[in-house]
Design a protein around this ligand. Structure first.
Ligand SMILES: [Zn+2]
Length: 295
């Protein structure tokens, strides 16, 4: 049986490095009812598994977190046949024990974003998906198994606070995020997890801590002089480890092909609108998200 296609979403730094590991790579452009995705997709194979990669911030890192076309990105992944997707994302650590360069399998999110379209169905239909566990437990388990092959500390759970940005937090906000129960701070986890759930997609996030945010005061001799250089170094190290992780996940067979995941039924009881009141355009979107129709 063919291995299931795996979607990967990552930052700009990742694409160049990932391209070196993908066989038979090609680029594909996709257009959706929600406009163009952030970038062309990089499609190829790793360990005989088809990989569909999307550069979240687009070519040359052109999209800031508030402007990323999240809906087009996830709709396009669905059009390309992606049922399972693993995202990576840079974060700041809010906990002493989560060190820069570690990897983190995020399990919860506190959504503080306020100016992003966070549903495929806005003004089209009332659709209420369950989101108690925003990430797929099956994919998280696979990532955990794969991470055991790596020589990098991997945290198995963490709460990600998603802020609007683009500026980073004030110190008071950073301390508040810790008090809220946040372990990580970032700007892209939402609405990605919401849209993945509306797309009936298995979705997981591997967070890559680049620094300690600003709650942790730096001593004078550490200073801020080398901070940017240090962050870039940490992210490069995380990206290299993330790619190792994906290579290990790609080797796994049956578990990834397993279809009996509850994520794939997330729309089953979520549509509250009377189907007769939903427009033909919205029905078409729904059919793609359910996986019963392709382009
Ligand atoms: Zn799932």
């Amino acid at each position: 049986m063919a291995k299931e296609t795996l979607g990967i979403i990552g930052g700009s730094g990742l694409e160049t490095v990932l391209a070196e590991h993908i066989e038979d790579a090609k680029k594909e452009e996709v257009v959706t009812p929600f406009g163009k995705p952030s970038s062309e997709f990089l499609i190829g194979n790793i360990n005989d598994r088809k990989i569909v990669f999307l550069n979240r911030h687009g070519k040359g890192h052109r999209f800031d977190p508030s402007s990323i076309p999240y809906r087009a990105n996830f709709f396009a992944l669905k059009l390309l046949g992606v049922k399972s997707c693993i995202a990576s994302g840079a974060v700041g650590s809010l906990r002493e024990e989560i060190h820069p360069r570690d990897l983190v399998l995020v399990d919860q999110i506190i959504d503080k974003t306020f100016k992003r379209e966070n549903s495929f169905f806005t003004a089209k239909a009332a659709v209420h998906c369950e989101l108690a566990q925003p990430y797929c437990p099956r994919l998280r388990e696979l990532l955990l198994v794969a991470s055991e092959k790596l020589e990098v500390k991997t945290h198995t759970k963490a709460t990600y606070v998603c802020m609007e940005g683009p500026q980073f937090s004030t110190r008071a906000e950073s301390l508040m995020h810790r008090n809220l129960g946040g372990d990580l701070i970032g700007m892209t986890a939402m609405p990605e997890a919401r849209l993945a759930r509306e797309a009936q997609m298995c979705f997981a996030l591997v967070a890559m801590p680049s620094d300690y945010d600003c709650w942790r005061e730096v001593s004078n001799d550490e200073g801020n002089q080398n901070l940017i250089g240090e962050i870039i170094g940490n992210l490069n190290s995380c990206s290299a480890n993330f790619i190792k992780l994906i290579k290990e996940v790609s080797k796994l067979d049956d578990q990834v092909v397993e279809r009996k995941c509850k994520c794939n039924k997330s729309l089953e009881q979520a549509i509250w609108s009377d189907p007769k009141e939903i427009s033909p355009d919205a029905i078409e979107i729904l059919e793609v998200l359910k996986g019963s129709s392709k382009r």
